[in-house]
Design a protein around this ligand. Structure first.
Ligand code: HEM
Ligand code: HEM
Length: 147
């Protein structure tokens, strides 16, 4: 199960990185329409939450240290926050449907929170890698600490 934890967390990191690409796909699609962000939307609302849960399941089954298991749940919370921020950014428009400063700030926070989330996943991948090392099996307490 330790290998499975490494594999699922690595796949999650790759999908997170792709999510930035899909955001760019949305931004550069012409003409800019409702469905420009379809890939970003599906990945953020379905693929990332499912893969995050799978990673947490693997962490639990691999008997990873509690702190590492909690770390695997964090990207799910941050992704839910992403959906809220995206909704808020959309909601803060003026009477004619144009963007407002507040809406753009919330949208900017969505981008920054995305960068934070991807680095939480980097930490998960590193933790999974350490946990999969043979030494971790012999010294569970010490292996949980940063090298
Ligand atoms: C303002 C933007 C960003 C800043 C300031 C930043 C900063 C950093 C820093 C300081 C590290 C090293 C962490 C460590 O060694 O413990 C790192 C690692 C990493 N970042 Fe970023 N990052 C940014 C954007 C991104 C984005 C957009 C992505 C992917 C979509 C990304 C993916 C990664 C990955 C995969 C690593 C791990 C690399 C490794 O294994 O050494 N970063 N980042
Ligand atoms: C890993 C990082 C990210 C995650 C997990 C993420 C996740 C999400 C989620 C869950 C939604 C809501 C989708 C929906 O309501 O259908 C969303 C929407 C959106 N995201 Fe991100 N996002 C990330 C990074 C970014 C970045 C870097 C940008 C670029 C600025 C961006 C731009 C947008 C936009 C414009 C929307 C609204 C799309 C629409 O109106 O359909 N996202 N994102």
């Amino acid at each position: 199960m330790r290998r499975a934890f490494v594999v699922t967390s690595t796949v999650l990191l790759v999908v997170f990185a792709l999510q930035f690409v899909f955001a760019a796909v949305g931004a550069f699609t012409r003409p800019a329409g409702e469905d420009a962000y379809a890939l970003h939307s599906i990945t953020g609302m379905a693929v990332i939450p499912a893969l995050t849960l799978l990673t947490t399941l693997c962490a639990v089954l691999a008997k990873a240290p509690g702190r590492l298991v909690v770390l695997t749940v964090l990207p799910l919370g941050l992704t839910v926050l992403q959906a809220l921020l995206a909704g808020l950014a959309d909601a803060f428009t003026d009477a004619s449907g144009g963007s407002t400063t507040l809406g753009l700030i919330v949208g900017g926070v969505h981008a920054v929170n995305g960068i934070i989330a991807v680095h939480v996943v980097v930490a998960v991948v590193r933790g999974a890698g350490r946990w999969a090392q043979p030494a971790a099996a012999d010294a569970p307490a010490r292996s949980a600490e940063p090298v």
